[in-house]
Design a binder for this molecule. Structure first.
Ligand code: DAH
Length: 349
């Protein structure tokens, strides 16, 4: 019986190796391992052997059975792999060719400039602060010393979520924030003085659109509150900022400006880099309004529980979208939020 088993094993393995197709393998499997197969009948006949021989031969028979089953499985996978390779080759598929390059994404120019400015300000010890784009009326206006009937509210052309006439009793109005200034209040209420933060973000206004006006645009708010802070500190920060983001000094000028949340208030203008004698971007003035700012109004400090007798500060509201336009020579703000791929692809390969 041992000889018979060894013979079945060697013949079986040889037949398996020679099989060229799945059907051949299945026939071999039935012939050897099927219910009436040759190995099966050897296993069945073990009972007729003397008890002393049974364990050894039984073990051998099981090993042969297992070995043949594994050989069948291995040959089956080989045949499948060969079949697939043949099919792919017939299709002209070549697994060794390099793949098509995937189109890479890139960082939007607004985010590029925002990140550069965040780095710059972090290097000067500022924190980066964040606030919601759907903002409470109280934070967008009241806490910033803009009372309910103040004309400054109208200049903001607010997009209301809960308009004033639909507010329930004791309920607050909700707006799409018209500027990043409410983050001043959020940060100061949360962290207290002294504080240095910048808050980049998206803001919204109901605008008639043109080359310099978009309903959705970006600002970066800056706020420094400490003891003894004054206008020279503000000027230094503004100039560092412009030089940092443009990579060169631009001619700038400071004009008085009015904002309810600062006193005194200023406008920082930069010389238009697109023209010498006036163009659409600078509205023929050769100057571009870049950055309003001023010394934080005592009412704002009070609204944030900071004592104006002890602390003073400056704030500025950088037009991030404008800075992006200046840096990349973009002559129409509407490109920025256009989603145009041909526009965006210019900023990365
Ligand atoms: N929030 C103002 C705006 O969007 C800009 C601004 C002006 C911000 C003066 C300031 C500031 O922090 O001091 O029109």
């Amino acid at each position: 019986m041992r000889d018979r088993l060894e013979e079945l094993q060697s013949q079986g393995l040889a037949a398996i190796q020679q099989a060229e197709a799945e059907e051949g393998l299945r026939a071999i499997e039935v012939r050897l391992l099927g219910r009436k197969g040759e190995i099966t009948s050897v296993l069945k006949s073990l009972g007729t052997l003397p008890a002393a021989e049974r364990p050894l031969l039984g073990q051998l028979a099981n090993e042969v059975k297992q070995g043949l089953a594994e050989a069948l499985q291995a040959r089956r996978s080989d045949l499948q792999a060969l079949a697939m390779a043949a099919e792919l080759e017939a299709d002209g598929f070549d697994a060794t060719l390099p793949g098509d390059p995937l189109p890479g994404g890139g960082v939007h120019p607004v985010n590029q400039v925002s990140r550069d400015l965040e780095d710059l300000f972090q290097s000067m010890g500022f924190q980066i602060a964040d606030g919601p784009e759907v903002e409470l009326e109280e934070l967008n206006f009241d806490a910033l010393n803009i009372p309910a009937d103040h004309p400054a509210r109208e200049s903001h052309d607010t997009i209301w979520i809960t308009p004033p006439d639909q507010r329930g009793a004791g309920k607050q109005g909700v707006v799409l924030r018209t500027h990043t200034s409410p983050v001043q209040v959020r940060a100061l209420r949360r962290f207290g003085a002294p504080l240095r933060v910048v808050a980049p973000g998206r803001v919204y206004r109901q605008e008639s659109l043109d080359a310099t006006h978009e309903h959705t645009f970006h600002q970066m708010e800056g706020l420094v509150v400490d003891r003894g802070v004054g206008v020279p500190h503000m000027l230094h920060a503004m100039n560092t900022l412009i030089e940092g983001v443009m990579g060169r000094k631009l001619e700038t000028r400071l004009r008085p400006g009015f904002f309810p949340f600062v006193e005194p208030g200023f406008e920082l203008d930069a010389r238009c880099p697109f023209c010498k004698s006036g163009c659409g971007v600078c509205k023929n003035s050769t100057w571009i309004e870049l950055m309003p700012g001023g010394l934080v109004h005592p009412n704002v400090l009070r609204a944030c529980d900071v004592d104006p007798e002890e602390f003073s500060g400056y704030a500025f509201g950088l037009g991030l979208s404008r800075i992006v336009m200046l840096r990349y020579g973009i002559d129409d703000i509407r490109w920025l939020m256009s989603g145009s791929l041909s526009f965006l692809r210019q900023f990365h390969p």
